[in-house]
Write a protein that binds this ligand. Sequence first.
Ligand code: SF4
Ligand code: SF4
Length: 75
Amino acid sequence: MAKVKGSIKIDTERCKGCEVCVPACPESVIALSKNVNGKGYHYAEMVNDNCIGCTNCAVVCPDGVISVYRVKLNS
Ligand code: SF4
Ligand code: SF4
């Protein structure tokens, strides 16, 4: 059966560091960076490769800065 693997892209310059996406992820993929973006916010970033492409993070982000990509893997 084909598994689905996901990945996210975060527009870090538009992220406000609100952290809403962090608990929304069932795979604990997202955390806030120690670094800040141009506006001084700690931005969200991927911290592991466990994304399953569920789109929860993109749905809850109030600023719509997360894009989710899904890839089917043959295994
Ligand atoms: S798409 Fe789902 S699994 Fe992937 S980072 Fe977002 S909430 Fe987590
Ligand atoms: S929910 Fe959106 S704005 Fe908030 S920390 Fe996550 S990516 Fe940034």
